[in-house]
Design a binder for this molecule. Structure first.
Ligand code: ARG
Length: 310
């Protein structure tokens, strides 16, 4: 199991580069502006590989995309490991899952502490391997010890935001900076090799695209590229938000990471998480995000009332 397998994991079920979707045409970001931002990682011997984004929303809970963890399971140690189904249909163990939080740079930040995952909750409506059908959301419980900042979530404390066409939302991650991009590696402060599409956190602003316009654009892309077999059943609605019209976009490796709205003090509220897209940054091909507030009830049922924790 090499890095290529993990790249496959980041892209989700689709293999060809166009099919599924760092941040493209973004800029350097600072972890302080993204409280609780997470890099989900798989440990393979001496190597650590970034696979997806996420956000700490309670001291022991993080939000990510279902397609990032639907092959993860808890082993006899009580900790989660990541698995992947290979092209031969066999399931391979990639390695233990780890959570690194609040890193501006995955290689240069002094803090090398990471947390093991002790519970994996994939949304019950998620169809394994089919993020385009929606409910692409999961919660992970981590071992105790995290006392860093938490990301406020729309509908869980902060009121739901009104998203209209052309509202700009910010997205961040350690994913690809171009549709075809290589994974880069470096030694981190702990002397271990760390690999990610972008070791430096990136961010971009993307305009909301209303569902009808988004559907028309995706239909056209799907027809143009003849990918009905993979994407014919995609679902948009209350559980999703589309954003981006070409140029700035999320990309492979950003999945699970936050999309936020900001108030006048620049404080974020998470409204979405990166789910999928057709390519990255292509004209008339919006990115699709899971609308977090649509799953507020499920989040509270799983995590407990967020405001109640001290
Ligand atoms: N599915 C991708 C991942 O696993 C994220 C795709 C986002 N693509 C986009 N064009 N917005 O990292």
């Amino acid at each position: 199991m090499d890095i290529r397998m993990v790249r496959g994991l980041m892209a989700g079920a689709a293999a060809a580069s166009l099919l599924a979707g760092c941040v493209v045409e973004g800029e350097d970001a600072y972890a302080e502006d993204w409280p609780g931002i997470v890099s989900l990682q798989v440990i393979q011997g001496r190597n650590t590989l970034h696979t997806c984004g996420g956000t700490m929303i309670a001291p022991q809970w993080l939000l990510t995309a279902a397609h990032c963890v639907d092959q993860a399971r808890i082993e006899g140690t009580g900790k989660a490991a990541q698995f992947e189904r290979g092209e031969d249909g066999m399931v391979y163990r990639l390695g233990p899952l780890r959570v690194a939080a609040n890193r501006t740079s995955l290689s240069e930040d002094e803090d090398t502490s990471t947390y093991a995952v002790t519970e994996v909750h994939v949304h019950p409506d998620y169809v394994s391997g089919a993020y385009e059908r929606g409910s692409d959301i999961a919660l992970l419980k981590i071992e105790p010890g995290y006392d860093g900042p938490l990301m406020p979530v729309e509908g869980l404390g902060p009121a739901p935001a009104e998203l209209v066409d052309d509202t700009y939302l910010d997205v961040a991650g350690y994913g690809n900076m171009a549709e075809t991009d290589d994974i880069t590696g470096a030694l981190n402060a702990g002397g271990r090799a760390i690999y990610a599409p972008s070791l430096r956190l990136q961010q971009a602003s993307v305009p909301v695209v209303d569902t009808e316009t988004c559907r028309a654009m995706l239909d056209e892309m799907i027809a143009l590229h003849g990918i009905e077999a993979d994407y014919g059943d995609y679902q948009l609605g209350e559980g999703t938000v589309c954003a981006g019209l070409g140029g700035p976009d999320a990309c492979y490796g950003d999945s699970g990471g936050p999309m936020v709205t900001r108030d006048t003090a620049y404080d974020p509220v998470q409204v979405g998480l990166v789910s999928w897209g057709l390519g990255c940054g292509r004209d008339d091909s919006p990115g699709v995000y899971t609308r977090v507030s649509a799953y507020a009830g499920w989040i509270e049922d799983t995590v407990g009332p967020l405001g109640a924790e001290s």
